[in-house]
Design a protein around this ligand. Structure first.
Ligand code: ZN
Length: 261
């Protein structure tokens, strides 16, 4: 498996992604041309039928596997309006990540669907996958496949915050205290919406998606490698922001992939 070109799709409502920097990083790391496009759904001029499909992929009960939802008019309108610039909904909407992946895959024209063409779309939509081990959906930062999807909401919501945060949060709520002080206390221990470090974090997630496509092994066991599958925000910050590089093993794999191109 090799990649000869990459298309990345921006999420303009989250400018902290800094998509052009990611393009440069991927070009330097993989030695392949990277093309930046605007928001996936607006690039491919999505219509109301796509909005309907997106709204149908919403998950309402996280404890049962996916069942297509019959969307309301309002839900379809919300998706259609979000094509250009994702709207803030006020609360977090869950989507089945593989359903979204399927919708995206169907939109990409055949001439761009070859194995050596890799697509990576950013979205604020929170893609979740159903886990048959604990019988529930889990939010995902990245849906590894081609096309791959990185969710900026997933980066913030999927890896857990420090345990102490949840304990103190419960105490604060019980005592009727304001949660802003709590956020200050834990500042830098987890990512927040529109975090200025999002641009660094996405390097690791983008490479995880690309490694999955190239080798079927997206993750690394080393907590010091940007391919580490962080379940905790602190691990994510350590590997992807503080260190921000591949381990020696994965660096060697990248070098050998480049040589065979
Ligand atoms: Zn590694």
């Amino acid at each position: 498996m090799k990649i000869s070109r990459i298309f990345i799709y921006d999420e303009p409502s989250v400018p902290e992604i800094k998509i052009n920097n990611l393009a440069k990083f991927l070009e330097e790391t993989l030695d392949v041309p990277v093309h930046v496009r605007k928001n996936f759904f607006s690039h491919f001029k999505s219509d109301r039928s796509i909005a309907y499909k997106l709204a149908s992929s919403r998950v309402f009960n996280p404890y049962i596997p996916f069942e297509a939802h019959t969307p309301t008019e309002e839900e379809v309108n919300f998706e259609a309006k979000s094509f250009e610039n994702n709207l803030e909904s006020g609360n977090i909407i869950l989507y089945d990540g593989f359903e979204i992946q399927k919708i995206i895959n169907e939109i990409i024209p055949n001439e761009e669907l070859s194995d050596d063409t890799f697509h990576l779309a950013f979205t604020t939509r929170l893609g979740c996958t159903y886990d048959y081990e604990d019988y529930r959906y889990h939010g995902r930062a990245v849906i590894c496949a081609n096309p791959a999807i990185i969710s900026t909401t997933g980066i913030i919501e999927a890896p857990a915050k420090p345990r102490e945060y949840y304990i103190i949060m419960q105490q604060s709520i019980a005592q009727g205290l304001n949660l802003d002080a709590l956020k200050d206390q834990f500042k830098g221990k987890f990512l927040e919406y529109h975090d200025s470090n999002l641009d660094k974090v996405i390097h690791g997630y983008a490479l995880q998606a690309i490694f999955y496509h190239l080798t079927a092994e997206p993750f690394c066991d080393s907590k010091d490698c940007i391919l580490y599958n962080a379940h905790w925000q602190e691990d994510l910050i350590h590997a992807q922001i503080n260190l921000g590089k591949l381990c020696e093993h994965h660096q060697r794999i990248i070098e050998s992939i480049k040589k065979h191109e």
